[in-house]
Design a protein around this ligand. Structure first.
Ligand SMILES: Nc1ncnc2c1ncn2[C@@H]1O[C@H](COP(=O)(O)OP(=O)(O)OP(=O)(O)O)[C@@H](O)[C@H]1O
Ligand SMILES: [Mg+2]
Length: 394
């Protein structure tokens, strides 16, 4: 019986209570969303800085799961400036994909909900959509046309029973209903050429299984870029590929980004990938941004103990070490996060202030912001990440 007292144990009564609560909250949130969708004033807003494509402003995305509320993304703040590549890094489960899915409104609803904050997407004239409340009819136009996504595993992203040509044609037709059939095919061939496929006519007729992993990822990039989106979200685009192909794909992405004047949100846990490509880096830990800044700042002057730990745990070319550093301990339980700094129990630089509440964001240079009390007296505190009290949602 003593076993049952463990914090992870949920009794039948508690489980029923959680299910009832989840049903009530998600129903209410879905209803509120449907109401907000009807009124353009509730989903149109202004960009704080018109030079940004996207602004994440205290975004909270929670999953109302059977074991409790998982605060997957909790008070995330960062911007994606125009024509730039923003790398989002952090260990598995820290909320990178959920942040991007919130931006695409592709969360697994009704259990996954963005319950707080704003995601502003620039419409080009300084006005913006608040993606959190934007109706599906508008999202359908944004996805593919303005924001598109490249996934980790190209084989599962492509449909195995359709030819490559058909799959790219379909995207172009959907977003350009006035194009004639030959025009669509010409555009598809142009896209295949753009992503570096040599035998474009041949590949047009092939099925995904006939291509190598690198070629499949090129096809996925062609599909994602078919409508020249303003923002490309690349969620671990090279994890399934070997290092040489990885470098080619990253080069290709970077070139196409410049050619189309797009921005890239590059999600990865590989610091090497970010170092070579990103202009800005956002470091996430347990659903929160712990540090953000230019790539130069993050790689050469990391400030947060977690970022410093990540850097130390990365092998350096030409340097032989007996054993790579690993950050001790593990991420706190996502359904019961502490109210102090989430990294405190793993941190080797704890100070007296760390005994208090979660640290605020502290600006230590124009572009460099860190969420750690060690910089409290050296920088400008900007404010605490805003979490949502789920009980108040009812
Ligand atoms: N549908 C879901 N239901 C419940 N919890 C979820 C769901 N999807 C994601 N989560 C939780 O949200 C958290 C963040 O997940 P996310 O997929 O964003 O991680 P990630 O940073 O992308 O990790 P990885 O590097 O492994 O892709 C995790 O704790 C995960 O368990
Ligand atoms: Mg992910």
């Amino acid at each position: 019986m003593a076993e049952k007292k463990k914090s992870s144990y949920i009794s039948g009564k508690e489980s029923r209570k959680i299910t009832k609560f989840n049903r009530k909250v998600t129903r209410k949130l879905e209803k509120e969303r449907a109401d907000a969708n009807k009124d353009p004033a509730l989903y149109t807003t202004q960009m704080k800085n018109p030079g940004n494509v996207v602004e994440f402003d205290n975004v909270c995305t929670y999953f109302f799961s059977d074991v409790g509320v998982v605060k997957a993304v909790d008070g995330v703040n960062f911007d994606i400036p125009r024509h730039s590549t923003v790398g989002v890094v952090g260990e598995s489960g820290c909320g990178k994909s959920v942040t991007s899915l919130s931006l695409m409104q592709l969360l697994q609803r009704p259990s996954g909900q963005t319950v707080g904050g704003e995601i502003r997407f620039n419409r080009g004239d300084g006005s913006a959509y608040n993606i959190v409340n934007t109706p599906n009819s508008i999202m359908e136009k944004l996805r593919g046309n303005e924001i598109s996504m490249i996934f980790q595993e190209p084989m599962t992203a492509l449909n195995p029973v359709f030819r490559i040509g058909q799959q790219i044609n379909e995207v172009i037709e959907l977003h350009n209903p006035n194009m004639s059939e030959p025009e669509v095919k010409a555009r598809t061939l142009e896209m295949l050429e753009m992503v570096g496929i040599a035998n474009k006519e041949g590949v047009y007729e092939m099925f995904p299984h006939e291509l190598s992993g690198g070629m499949r990822q090129r096809i996925c990039i062609a599909i994602a870029l078919a409508c020249s989106p303003k923002l490309i979200i690349a969620d671990e685009p090279t994890t399934a590929l070997d290092v040489t192909i990885q470098a080619q794909i990253l080069d290709l992405l970077q070139n196409l980004k410049d050619r189309l004047s797009s921005s890239i949100m590059l999600i990865t846990h590989d610091l090497g990938v970010v170092a070579g490509m990103a202009d800005y880096v956002v470091v996430m830990y347990a659903g929160r941004v712990v540090e953000k800044g230019t790539a130069e700042e993050i790689f050469h002057h990391p400030a947060h103990p977690y970022t410093i730990g990540l850097m130390k745990s990365k092998p350096v070319v030409g340097q032989k070490v007996e054993e790579l550093y690993n950050i001790p301990g593990s991420v706190p339980n996502p359904v019961a996060m502490p109210d102090y700094c989430y990294f405190r129990d793993r941190c080797d630089r704890v100070c007296t202030r760390c005994q208090g509440e979660y640290p605020p964001e502290i600006r230590i240079s124009d572009t460099h912001v860190v969420s750690c009390y060690r910089y409290y007296d050296q920088g400008t505190p900007l404010g605490y990440p805003k979490s949502v009290n789920v009980e108040e949602l009812l």
